[in-house]
Design a protein around this ligand. Structure first.
Ligand SMILES: Nc1ncnc2c1ncn2[C@@H]1O[C@H](COP(=O)(O)OP(=O)(O)O)[C@@H](O)[C@H]1O
Ligand SMILES: Nc1ccn([C@@H]2O[C@H](COP(=O)(O)O)[C@@H](O)[C@H]2O)c(=O)n1
Length: 202
């Protein structure tokens, strides 16, 4: 199994890059794990308390479960990937049966902060977009798709997104084997990653 980690700040385009990579690959050969699925279960908190969580700090992520799922997949066994609701700020009761594939892509803002997970990656990629570009994309996406308003996104940006990005996410760029500049759509970089994957699948 080839495991590829794709990190980068919120709104840099990780999900988009992953979708572009897998779009032209055989469905049953490549699997995707999203770090967002592994936000800790916070059912014991009220909705109001959940809105106050710092979702950009590594402690918000259930890394133990993510490590255990990656090990299980590497052993050739399926896992039940949790499903997360950005509207409820919590895991749902659903899971997605995720089967082991020849190539597994793991994407998320904080995946390169965790040494054990980092060491499981055969290839580490960091997607870069400038912070103003990321904020604009995040605003549009969170208002259109994640049930947020302008004030929520801007407040969260100032209080947690920006400081956590500087403290935890940006420093992990140094671990990357490949840095993808993504201020604009980068089809050349996507083609290169797909070529690497195709070699593994051949
Ligand atoms: N290169 C790009 N140029 C312009 N918009 C982009 C680009 N990449 C992604 N987007 C848009 O920005 C938003 C955030 O992208 P997404 O892939 O969800 O980022 P991430 O997973 O890193 O948070 C989405 O609405 C997406 O369509
Ligand atoms: N309830 C939540 C949980 C997370 N977030 C934000 O999601 C971002 C990570 O996801 P990307 O797809 O943007 O990489 C992260 O910056 C969290 O702030 C949230 O808004 N609400």
């Amino acid at each position: 199994m080839l495991i590829i980690g794709i990190a980068g700040g919120t709104g840099c385009g990780k999900t988009t890059v992953v979708n572009q990579i897998i779009d032209q690959l055989p469905e049953n050969e490549v699997g995707v794990i999203s770090q967002d699925s592994y936000y800790k279960d916070t059912s014991h908190l009220s909705y109001d308390d959940r809105t106050k969580i710092n979702f950009d700090h590594p402690r918000a992520i259930d890394f133990d479960l993510l490590v255990s799922h990656l090990k299980t997949l590497r052993e050739g066994k399926p896992v039940h990937q949790p499903v997360y609701s950005f509207v409820k700020h919590n895991r749902t009761s659903d899971t997605i049966l995720t089967n082991p594939r020849k190539v597994m892509i793991v994407e998320g803002i904080l995946i390169l902060t965790h040494a054990e997970i980092r060491d499981m990656f055969d290839i580490k990629i960091f997607v870069h977009a400038d912070s103003d570009e990321r904020l604009i994309r995040r605003l549009k996406r969170d208002i259109n798709e994640r049930g947020r308003d302008l004030d929520e996104v801007l407040t969260r940006y100032q209080t947690t997104l920006k400081p956590m990005h500087q403290q935890f996410i940006e420093p992990t760029k140094e671990y990357a084997d490949i840095i993808i500049p993504n201020n604009k759509y980068n089809t050349v970089a996507v083609d290169i990653v797909r070529t690497i994957i195709n070699e593994k699948l051949a």
